[in-house]
Design a protein around this ligand. Structure first.
Ligand code: NAP
Ligand code: GDD
Length: 348
């Protein structure tokens, strides 16, 4: 039986990937951080919580990474753990560097010392392209990161390549464009919108405050994207791949489509608040995943409109059940209104 270690198992991708690997017959080990309130709702939601071997580990603590490798003795490591929110990286630039950047080196170095035969997937990102993009971005497009998060990820990206070239470690960078789902964190714009629309449609709230509506993203469906991570580690040779839908839509289009699903006019409910604007913005991301199509046989099926519908209908259905008195593991009811969270950007 193959063994996989997934760092960041409590996150969106960690949850879907664990489910995928369990279905493939893997023994799955997942690392989680010690928090004051445990955060396993996604694993519970997917019905896989009991099937995963959980190991406490923090990417700033190298001993905990070595210990996770010793306990799990994995064939494959999927390094998904990160401070993954671009907005927060402007507020915590050093912390983001320590986790999202140096954390990668800690994982790679632990693998080098423990067993160089372990295959490593590094969660790289389309954010690396930053402000440079105009046409479709592929593996040859230059990187020009535009946030502390992206700079940290770029460092991690290069370290994975360096460990591959220097030590022969089978390390792959998955340059994944934005991928969303009902399990997306509530601070990311797509889920913020789908949850906001659901609450407005059900009369729980009246308005939704957002930042830059002009930014364009290439949004795909997370359950399909985790399959590409696994495919990368099954190849003969390690390599880096862009994973994307090839379509780009603005935040405004996402908003309009999401309110449409609920039969509402977005212009009556959406407000723009500078608080949600970033000091530096990535205006356009649109990926060219032809290499992944050719070499991995990967292609996306769920496109923009279906993705929006899936997310809005899911949030509406969960809020209805919740209001009917049903209680289940879920993030939305305990998430505060972002209006109460102060932003440093207000001072710029
Ligand atoms: P996510 O939902 O934010 O999950 C991040 C995970 O990292 C969580 O399990 C989190 O644990 C964990 N984590 C945070 N800080 C940590 C630390 N110091 N030590 C150990 N674990 C830590 O992110 P995601 O959307 O699943 O993304 C997975 C990875 O892919 C991330 O590296 C992200 O940057 C990258 N990525 C995501 C996308 C996307 O569109 N989703 C696109 C490209 C790349 P807690 O639950 O305790 O917070
Ligand atoms: N979060 C948020 N909240 N974003 C907003 C808002 C808002 O109220 N209003 C507008 N936006 C805009 C952001 O400025 C950005 O241009 C876009 O919506 C998407 O923001 P996020 O959903 O926070 O995602 P992201 O693109 O910055 O980063 C995500 O995708 C990357 C891959 O390109 C994250 O998952 C990263 O971890 C990932 O690497």
């Amino acid at each position: 039986m193959k063994r996989a270690l997934v760092t960041g198992v409590s996150g969106q991708d960690g949850a879907y990937l664990s489910k995928f690997l369990l279905e493939k017959g893997y023994r799955v080990y997942g690392t989680y951080r010690r928090l004051s309130t445990p955060n396993f709702w996604r694993l519970q939601h997917l019905g896989v919580f009991e099937k995963i071997n959980l190991i406490s580990c923090d990417l700033i603590d190298e001993n905990s990474i070595t210990e996770a490798l010793r306990i799990s003795r994995p064939n494959e490591v999927y390094n998904l753990a990160a401070q993954s929110f671009v907005g927060a990286s402007f507020e915590q630039p050093t912390g983001t560097g320590m986790v999202t950047g140096l954390g990668v080196t800690r994982v790679l170095e632990a693998v080098r010392q423990f067993d160089t035969g372990i295959r490593v997937y590094q969660a790289s990102t389309s954010e690396l392209y930053g402000t440079g993009g105009r046409s479709k971005q592929n593996e040859g497009t230059p990187f020009y990161p535009a946030s502390p998060y992206a700079a940290a990820k770029l460092y991690g990206h290069h370290m994975a390549r360096i460990y591959r070239d220097a030590y022969g470690i089978f390390a792959c960078n998955g340059i994944l464009f934005n991928h969303e789902s009902p399990l997306r964190g509530l601070e990311f714009v797509t889920r913020k919108i789908s949850n906001g629309v659901a609450k407005i449609a059900l009369g729980i709230e009246k308005n939704l405050s957002l930042g830059n509506l002009d930014a364009k993203r290439d949004w795909g469906y997370a359950p399909e994207y985790v399959r590409s991570m696994w495919l990368m580690l099954q190849q003969k040779m390690p390599d880096d791949y862009v994973i994307a839908t090839g379509e780009s839509h603005s935040v405004r289009e996402f908003v309009s489509e999401a309110f449409n699903v609920a039969g509402l006019d977005w212009k009556k409910h959406v407000k723009v608040d500078r608080k949600f604007m970033r000091p530096l913005e990535v205006n356009l991301l649109r990926g060219d995943s032809r290499k992944a199509g050719k070499k991995l046989g990967w292609k996306p099926n769920v496109k923009f409109r279906e993705l929006v519908r899936i997310m809005v209908e899911n949030d509406m259905s969960l809020w209805r059940r919740w209001m009917d008195g049903e209680h289940f593991p879920w993030d939305a009811p305990s998430y505060p209104s972002e209006a109460n969270i102060l932003s440093r950007n207000l001072r710029v």
